[in-house]
Each structure stands twice: as C-alpha cells, then as structure tokens.
Design a protein around this ligand. Sequence first.
Ligand code: HEM
Length: 500
Amino acid sequence: MKEGQRNVYNAQHQRSPNTPQDHPSPPMNQLFVWRQLLQLDAVKSHLQETSVIAIIALVLAFAWYRRRRGQPQVRSSSVQGEKSRTGKENAEREWGEWTPVKFTYPEFPACTSNLSDIKPIPYRPFRWGQYHVTMGVRDMLWADWIELDNDFPTYYAIRNHRLHSQGENVLRLLPDRPGVVQSARHAAVELAHELSDFVTKRYPSTFTATRDSSGIIKTMNIHPMNVHLELPPSLLKDPSKLVLREVGQEEAEEAMRIAALLVQDDLALMIEGTDGRYYFQGGAICVPGFWRMRDKIGLPLDEIHTTGHVPQFQEKLQNSLERFFKRLSVQKPVIRNNYFMQIVKPENMRRNGTVPTDIPPRKEDEDLIDPLELSWSTTTNGNEDNFVHGRPAHPDAEPIVEPGNLQLRTERQTLRRLPLSGAIVFTIRTYLIPLTELGKEPGVPARLASAVRSWPEGIGRYKGRKNYEQVLLEYLDTCAEEQRRVGGELDNHQGRGYPF
Ligand code: HEM
C-alpha cells in the first residue's frame, strides 16, 4: 500500500469521536428516565464500536490470509462474487501485484459477413486546424476489440513470414527481473486464450475452436488459411478456482506466436513493476514499420516514448499516461488512433515474383511478400538491421517522392487489462492507404492538407514532414480544388466525425 493510501485508510478507521467516553455528563438532578435513556445510548454506541472493531479485524485477517496464500507477485485467490467480478480488490494493490479476478465478457454480436466481404475500416484520424497532443483515448465496445477484414490473408502471410525469419526480433518474452518486474509468461498464455475465445465468437465463419469439457479452448482453426493451432493449457490450475499455474518459457512463446497469428494486430504486453511503472515485458511486434521491438523491449512506458523523442511527451502525456495505466480497469477497454505518411518504392522498383515455398522463410524475401513495407519502412528508414534508434531517418537511397509512392499509415490501438495476470495488452493494427485513393474521398484531401499544415514544428519533424511535404500538399490541394469545382465547397467537411 502506498503511503498516501495508508493515511487515507488510517483517517477513515480512527476511533469515532462519538464514543461513550466523549458524552458530556448529565446534570445530577435529571429524571430517572433520562438516565435510563442515556444508558441505552451508551450500550448502543458500545455495540457499534465493537462491530466496527470486529469488521476491521475480519478485513485485516482476510487480507493477511490472502497475502500468505498468494504467489509473490501475481496473487492467487479463490474470491468470487461481485467484488471479484469488478476487480475492485486490486484498487489498493502493492505495485507489481495483482489478484486474479473473474471476468465475464459482456455479450457481443457475431459478425455474420464473410471475411472476403469485410472491408478495412476507413479510419482517417486527422482533424481540421490546430494539432493538439493528447492521449486521445476513447471508450471501446467489447465487440470492437479486434477488427478483422479481407486483408487478413495478406497480413497473415507477412506476419507468419516475419515470425519465421526474424525470430526474437519480432517475438520476445523477457524473464522475471526480481525486485523490478515479473515476466509476461502468464500474460502470454492468457492472451492466447482470450483472443481465441474472442475471435471464435466474433468471427465464427473464419475461426472455429475445439474445447474441453469445461469450455477451455484446446485447438484453433483459421479456415481461410487452413491453419490448425494447439493452445497451451489454460492459465488456471482448476477452472472453478482463480489459482494460476506455473508457465514455462517455451509454452509462453508458443502462446505468443499463436496470438500473433490469430489477428492482424501487433501485440505488446505491459507489466506493472514494483515502482508502479509499466514495462514492455513481451509481445509480438511483427509489422511496426517505424520502430523495432529490439530497441524498446524491457523499457518502461516513459522511456519507450522519450527514447523515440515523441514530441511533447514529457510536457503533455507522461503524467496522464502513467496515471491512466495504473487505473485501467478490467472492464473498461479503450481505443485510440494515430497517423503518419509513409514513402514507399515506385511500383516499377518493387520486387516481383513469388515467395519460394520449398525453403524456410528468409529475411531477404521480405520485400517480395511485403512490397508496401507494412513490416518495415525501408524506403524511409533504410535497412531494418542498420537502423539507429533515436536518430533522424537515414534512408539507404534518396527516396523517390511522387503521389503514387505516398501512403497514409494509420494505427488503431487498443488497451485492455487482462483479468487473471493483470497485464495490460496494447494492440496495434496498422492500415496502409495509397494517397491516390485518399485523393478521391469527399473532403479528405482538404482536411488532410489542413492537418499537415497545422503540425507544430516538433510533430512535423517526428513525422518526417520535410521528406514529402511539398509533393503531398500539392497533390492534396489539387484534389481538394477539383472536389470544390465538381461538388461545391468542401472546406470543413467533417466526414462521419473523428476518427473517420
Ligand atoms: C494510451 C496509451 C498511449 C499513448 C497515448 C501513446 C502515445 C504515443 C504518441 C503520441 C506517440 C507518437 C506517435 C503517435 O502520434 O502516435 C507514440 C509513439 C510510440 N508509442 Fe505510444 N502511446 C501509448 C501507449 C503505448 C504503449 C503501451 C506502447 C508499448 C509498446 C507504446 C509504444 C510506442 C512506440 C514504440 C512509439 C514509437 C516511438 C518511436 O518513434 O521511437 N505506446 N505513442
């Protein structure tokens, strides 16, 4: 318990001033009946005090009992019922500790469309006028945790290729760091099960599962890719009790690999340390584009951002972000969006051909399978292995900047806390949209041009504006002008509202 919390606790549990001793003495000449009443009052107060003491004693005994039974950091508990479901027992936890809670997903509808009919969500998360650095998180509906669309087979191929050819550069689970933060092994197994359960319910025509008699998922099928995956056993020793089992490194890595293949998103596991900070202890970051897992793994949230020189992080984000992470509850997931511009190779310079299937996936075939640089922005940042973290971009060759080589790169990020391990899962789903497509969307060119023009200096530098600004703005202005000519005034066209 933190010092401040202890003080609040003590203040709330100090002896009430309204005890029998605090009553003023009645005058000697008062009626007998008054004396009787007073005695009754004293007895009542005494009883109240006794009950308060008894309740405090019970609470303390219970807390002591749970602490004795628990593992050193992920505490086990068999507590169920209302308090357990809402996770309130973790409100006053020691940093780095978590009591597993029972959580039942709210009901959500299955998506009845075929995968091939689901178009990527058209996020266009830029606004007219002034640019403000804020956390920008919004509440998220449960059904929206993972969005799948007809790009899934392409993303699957790229992600699977990266998992094979890049190994621990894209999938990593750090060990416990005693006294600092524990590993994300429990979280990885929990995440694989949570994702499996979610995608089978949300996308039943794409995924099916086999379950054991208590409903725990044993295997997953991804139908469009004809893939069969075997999950490690559930994190619970016994499904009727909230007691966690031990998890080995290999099975945790396998769980993380399965989680990575089930979705189009990159997945980061953030574990609370004993200092209250959240550490990037593991995940599968297959298609980050502009940063590398190896540069960020193990860092606390603030250093992840400061080492990347995220503009205005310390002034505008750090405090609220840290507060937000500590308080994020199991039942309140959130979502945010961001965007960048990305330069890719001109079409005639992209490598053509088919990826060899008779040999294990190789790093050097990545540009064949991923010509639009979803996984790594080679054209902007040069070869991934030579990237120097924290320095301005160093392309290997001067990029050719033309409207046909520019893309909007936009991320849909979600954050939710897992009920058993207490880890926070950060999902990052990246969408690439050719600039030439954006140019045709009503109101979008004018709005994007306004947003880019309003980036403050630091934001512009961070987003690499000087590399493409002139070409981008000229193109957007021409498209906006054309839209105005054909369709009338489009300035301040709000579309469907942020983030669309
Ligand atoms: C509410 C939570 C978060 C907020 C508000 C936030 C905010 C930001 C912002 C403003 C940026 C600059 C790019 C952009 O405009 O998005 C950024 C970059 C980044 N964030 Fe976060 N972030 C959050 C959570 C996380 C988490 C959990 C991770 C864990 C891996 C993370 C990793 C990164 C990385 C790796 C970058 C790129 C840094 C670089 O350029 O080197 N962020 N974040």
